[in-house]
Design a protein. Structure first.
Length: 115
């Protein structure tokens, strides 16, 4: 089982990034997918969730209107499009596959928003 995040990096305030999380080793379409993030010295926080078929999404207040979660079950990949990035979005971003019982974490990708 693997969840591999990519797409992080350094971006200026107001910029955009698209994170990807490629899944393998399990039935991706059977899992809800979640993006979390963890900033230095802070607890891990939920950013966005998407249902198994992609029909239902939810966002943290900090992400609403700026971030969009999506998935492509044919590619076993979940995405997080992040626009209008702020310095406070700086964190390690993790994807999480949730089904209940057999849940999986990715290794994380660093996002740094700085001028």
């Amino acid at each position: 089982v693997q969840l591999v995040e990519s797409g992080g990096g350094l971006v200026q305030p107001g910029g955009s990034l698209r994170l990807s999380c490629a899944a393998s080793g399990f039935t991706f379409s059977s899992y809800s997918m979640i993006w979390y993030r963890q900033a230095p010295g802070k607890e891990r926080e939920l950013v966005a969730t998407i249902s198994r078929a992609g029909s239902v999404t939810n966002y943290a207040d900090s992400a609403k209107g700026r971030f969009t979660i999506s998935r492509d079950n044919a590619k076993n990949t979940v995405y997080l499009q992040m626009n209008s990035l702020k310095p406070e979005d700086t964190a390690v971003y993790y994807c999480y596959a949730r089904r209940g019982g057999n849940d999986y974490w990715g290794q994380g990708t660093q996002v740094t928003v700085s001028s």
